[in-house]
Design a protein around this ligand. Structure first.
Ligand code: NDP
Length: 466
């Protein structure tokens, strides 16, 4: 499959004529070609956005519903494309990623109709707030949940009246193009949604720099996020950065053990650990430490997280090498690999075993750096205070989970853990309305619900003398 960019409502080849290989990480085979776009393609996409006819509020809501309905009729096609690009299982994309993306579209179609702004009364006057679009916005999306995060940003950006240019990760380009085609098929004005494929430091960078781009919403790694902030901030663009995490799961001796073992394993290995929220640091109260590790290993052995069956591959061969290097480093840092630790699958594939590592110091590299693979390190603690200090030790602050039946303790910790999202006796249970985002090195701003709607708009106050 040779993909095109999608500019002004049609497929367009890159101006350079250059393409990148799209590699299937389950086989290592090239499964398609992706435009290697440059500054010219970005300029064309932004010009198309600038010229796009703007829709009324009702039209925007109806457009998002029409797109969701049209994609819903093609779930197998979208799910197959997503699984091929990302290495996920077809089961995961069919029942997880694609339906979830449709929910994003439908949520913002409804949220838009329910949006209201404030009125501030005075003795002799009053103020009302106009909520207006920013203009053209750039959406830079990663490879771990390609279509979900594409719609997570596209839906609120379009709902609030903007035109958008998306630069998807070049590792997972296909569903973005398929969806852009659907927008045009169901009647979106040309240029309202544009997709420019290519490399981050080429197409992505040119997009962030473009003077007619008013805001940048980025999800990806912290290093790249900082770089984008450095480019966008002096240009006074609005930025939203959803970055990395090294998220703790805190397990207390009074937890429901069955629930905690299953939940902690899911937090560690879901999507092969390629989740910004994944629970990659497991802190366990010492009195149940040995039993908990044993049960976690048994959970993996029972087959819920088997690469090539219930679990997909990593995103790429190169990324698997990075993950494997962290496991080697763990051994050098004094850790014991009690489960997994190996590359599996065909020679050029990117499968990796779910891996549990014990015996590491809480401040070593493997326990503090984001690995973004199916690797969890386990550390014992002796008191609630020590657990809190260990949880807050890292530079990240995205998510955390607390496993205890003592809700007083859970609430106490939830207020003090340095993370933007705290789950109690669950992990990654999501409601579209709640704020999503991190503290410390995990990002700037919040997305989700009204937070995304506020990000993709600007408020203007009007004051009237009575
Ligand atoms: P990046 O953060 O580099 O990439 C995310 C997106 O940003 C991609 O679309 C990428 O394009 C784009 N990008 C890269 N550089 C620039 C730039 N200078 N200007 C504009 N856009 C840019 O992720 P990686 O794939 O390199 O992964 C690195 C690490 O980041 C992972 O190992 C993981 O730790 C973390 N990560 C976190 C995610 C999260 O959900 N928070 C998601 C993905 C990764 P391109 O793909 O072409 O480089």
């Amino acid at each position: 499959m040779k993909l095109n960019n999608w500019i002004h409502g049609q497929g367009v080849a890159p101006s350079s004529g250059l393409y990148l290989d799209n590699v299937n990480p389950k086989t290592g085979e090239v499964c398609g070609l992706i435009p290697r776009s440059d500054r010219t393609d970005v300029a064309n996409a932004v010009a198309a956005a600038q010229a796009a006819r703007r829709l009324t509020r009702l039209e925007r809501s109806e457009l998002l519903i029409a797109v969701a309905d049209a994609v819903a009729k093609r779930i197998p096609e979208f799910a197959a494309a997503e699984a091929m690009d990302s290495g996920k299982t077809l089961q995961a994309t069919t029942h997880g990623d694609i339906p979830r993306a449709l929910d994003n579209l439908r949520f913002y179609a409804a949220a838009l109709r329910n949006d209201a702004t404030a009125c501030h009364q005075m003795e002799d006057g009053f103020n009302y707030t106009l909520r207006q679009p920013l203009g053209n916005v750039a959406l830079i999306t990663p490879w771990n949940f390609p279509f979900h995060l594409f719609t997570w940003k596209v839906a609120p950006a379009i709902a609030m009246g903007n035109a958008v240019v998306v630069k998807p990760s070049e590792l997972t380009p296909t569903t973005a193009t398929l969806c852009a085609e659907v927008f045009t098929q169901v009647g979106a004005p040309n240029g309202l949604l544009n997709v420019v494929h290519g490399l981050g430091h080429e197409a992505g960078e040119a997009l962030v720099q473009h003077p007619d781009i008013k805001a940048v919403s980025f999800t990806g790694g912290t290093v790249t996020g900082k770089h984008i902030a450095g480019v966008a901030a002096p240009l006074l663009k609005k930025i939203s950065l959803e970055l990395g995490g090294k998220n703790p799961s805190l397990v207390f001796a009074d937890c429901d053990l069955d629930l905690a073992v299953a939940g902690v394993a899911r937090a560690a290995f879901f999507n092969a650990g390629q989740v910004c929220l994944c629970g990659s640091r497991l802190l366990v109260e010492r009195s149940i430490y040995a039993e908990f590790v044993e049960r976690l290993v048994a959970e993996v052995a029972a087959g819920a997280w088997t690469p090539g069956e219930s679990l997909g591959s990593l995103i790429s061969f190169a990324h698997r090498e990075k993950v494997a290097a962290y496991v080697d480093l763990a051994r050098q840092e004094g850790g014991t690999v009690v489960c997994g630790g190996n590359r599996v699958g065909p020679e050029k594939s990117a499968f990796f075993e779910p891996t549990i590592i014990t015996g590491l110091a809480i401040d070593c590299r493997v326990a503090t750096e984001e690995i973004f693979g199916p690797v969890v390190t386990v550390h014992p603690f002796d008191s609630e205070q020590q657990a809190l200090e260990m949880a807050n030790f890292v530079e990240y602050g995205l998510g955390s989970s607390i496993w205890t039946q003592n809700l007083t303790r859970a609430h106490r910790l939830a207020e003090r853990i340095e993370s933007g999202m705290v789950w109690i006796n669950t992990w990654n249970k999501r409601d579209f309305r709640v704020p999503f985002g991190g503290m410390k090195q995990s990002g700037v701003g919040r997305e989700g619900g009204r937070y995304s709607m506020e990000f993709f708009s600007q408020d203007r106050n009007v004051c009237i003398q009575l």
